[in-house]
Design a protein around this ligand. Structure first.
Ligand code: PDD
Length: 277
């Protein structure tokens, strides 16, 4: 496998990263997961735009245009003859003796490489169970940060409970997002999802769902909703680059509506599959 390490393509076993890279000690960096369908990037521009946002917010000085990142990623896909899956990309603040302040004169470290992604066809068809969990993460969830301990712990709690995702809430009145997904509810034909602010990651798939909803003449609102609204919704679904759209049919021990994937989630999923290219 070829890895893009800064500006070079190297074999995976030759990809040397310093033990004091700040990604390692501090999770001091940002990342993206970008989907590849049939050898082509899906929504690459949007991912690069969000990457720039994360870099700026984290004050990591990396110019993606100067490094011709889009071209390099294209080359990475070609060199690996990669057809279907994802590209994982991270940029850390670079390697420096361990100390909290931003190091001076340190170049960021970029790595990008292909990762397998299997289409969650079964979950999409039958829907999934989720658990509700307190959102104990930090308050800058808008930055796609490498610090994922809170997300990882939430996801594992879900799996330990026989569920596939944890839906997070700050308090009873405020559901935010999933451990690695955005959350949508539907009541009386109106789709609602959390506003894009510091409490959630503004998912690229989330934004794409806004586009699809418009095409399909569906009403979609960015509004905070409560745990009660979530539980009483007609439909619930989650979205992400790797999940696309997945209906939620059970929350803890409660069924969502009749416990089957709802028509609007299905409609969006169909539209997703048609528009993908
Ligand atoms: N996760 N919210 C969180 C906390 C996420 O980690 C993700 C993505 C999303 C959805 O964003 P997008 O639609 O841009 O993928 C929302 C990625 C896929 C991951 O960490 O694997």
């Amino acid at each position: 496998m070829f890895v893009l390490l800064n500006n070079d393509f190297v074999n995976r076993n030759e990809c040397l990263i310093d033990i004091e890279d700040r990604a390692n000690q501090f999770g001091d960096g940002v990342y993206e997961v970008i989907r590849i369908y049939d050898g082509e990037f899906f929504l690459l521009e949007d991912h690069l735009k969000r990457l720039i946002y994360s870099l700026n917010e984290a004050k990591i000085n990396y110019d993606i245009h100067k490094h011709k990142l889009a071209d390099q990623l294209q080359k990475l896909v070609e060199k690996n003859a990669f057809q279907d899956g994802g590209i994982y990309l991270q940029i850390s603040r670079g390697a420096s003796p361990r100390s909290h302040p931003f190091p001076k004169n340190t170049e960021p470290t970029l790595i990008a490489y292909p990762i397998p992604v299997s289409k969650p066809a079964e979950s999409q068809e039958h829907g999934i169970k989720v658990i509700l969990q307190n959102d104990f993460r930090w308050l800058r969830c808008d930055i796609k940060s490498l610090n994922l301990l809170g997300n990882v712990m939430a996801k594992q709690s879900a799996l330990d409970a026989g569920a596939k995702e944890a839906i997070l809430y700050r308090d009873e009145e405020h559901v935010t997002e999933g451990s690695s997904t955005n959350v949508f509810i539907i009541k009386d034909g109106v789709i609602k999802t959390h506003p894009a602010n510091n409490y959630i990651l503004n998912g690229i798939t989330r934004l794409y769902i806004f586009f699809l909803a418009k095409q399909l003449d569906l009403t979609i609102k960015e509004e905070v909703f409560s745990v009660k609204e979530l539980k009483q919704a007609d439909e619930v679904f989650i979205s992400s680059t790797t999940s696309e759209v997945i209906p939620v049919v059970q929350i803890d021990e409660d069924q969502v509506n009749d416990g089957k994937p709802g028509p609007i989630a299905k409609q969006l999923l169909n539209a997703f599959s048609e528009h993908k290219h």
